[in-house]
Design a protein around this ligand. Structure first.
Ligand SMILES: [Ca+2]
Length: 263
């Protein structure tokens, strides 16, 4: 069994969001005890990641980088269709299409026929941040949460509570159950099926691109101070809540870690 198939947590490490060659990916064991830093090097500012088949796709400032799993070898770089796009997050659609948010261009790109192309550009996608592909569409976290349908002509519509603002990312924790994180107030909120967003966790440090592992009910939160911390999520019929930080050593090495886990 490959290390990746055996379930590891992959983290993207940004050392300044610029073309400095100092970005890398790290690997941590699911129990938080072991960490391999610089598993993949030669990146600039890797932020969001997503896996399709044997490839890991990483948003790296102005390129989508495809990395071969489990070797960790950089297989291909797909340049963005325009300069200074500020690539942020990656999601794989139900049909295998790959979507990348371009924060600085108010756009979502799509990888098609080996080319990264502009899929949607809209004022409402300015500062587009976290992406989550879902059967009902592509959820885009930015100032507020929006949804774009994936079949036919893309239509952007508000999704959930629009009073909660300054979002970082959205993560699915159950059927029609999501958690969102905010940038400024360091909050993690549950998006209830009614559309209301209810605070679940308030933290002192910034929570970046969270990841949820359903089988373990484990919520991984890359935080400031070079740490990755984990919470156990308790889902009841009406609400989600988290335990206190669970007994999980966490990753303390490396730089800022707005990571995605891969199970
Ligand atoms: Ca992000």
């Amino acid at each position: 069994m490959s290390p990746v198939a055996a379930a590891v947590i992959l983290l993207s490490n940004v050392n300044g969001y610029e073309k400095n060659g100092l970005g890398y990916l790290s690997m941590a064991s699911p129990d938080g005890t072991g960490v391999t830093t610089r598993w993949v090097t030669g990146l600039n500012g890797p932020t969001g990641m997503a896996i399709r088949g044997d490839s890991l796709y990483v948003a790296d400032i102005d390129e989508l980088v495809a990395i071969d799993l489990p070797s960790g070898r950089i297989a291909r770089r797909y340049p963005a269709p325009e300069r200074q796009p500020g690539l942020n997050d990656v999601a794989v659609g139900p049909d295998g299409a790959i979507y990348v948010s371009a924060s600085a261009r108010g756009a979502v790109y799509r990888l098609r026929a080996d080319e990264l192309e502009t899929w949607v550009r809209d004022e409402r996608l300015k500062d587009a941040n976290g992406l989550l592909a879902h059967s009902s569409g592509l959820l885009v976290a930015r100032w507020t949460l929006h949804r774009i349908n994936l079949d036919g002509e893309p239509v952007i519509e508000p999704f959930g509570d629009q009073d909660v603002t300054d979002l970082e990312t959205v993560e699915e924790v159950g059927a029609d159950r999501w958690l969102v994180t905010t940038v400024g107030a360091n909050r993690i909120l549950e998006l209830e099926p009614s559309g209301r967003m209810r605070p679940v966790l308030e933290r002192e440090t910034y929570s970046a691109d969270i990841e949820y592992i359903p089988a373990e009910r484990l919520l991984l939160v890359p935080s400031g101070e070079n740490r990755l911390v984990a919470f156990r999520v308790v889902l009841t019929r009406t609400s989600a809540r988290t335990s206190d930080r669970c007994a999980w050593p966490g990753v303390q090495e490396g730089s800022r870690t707005p990571g995605r886990a891969a199970g």
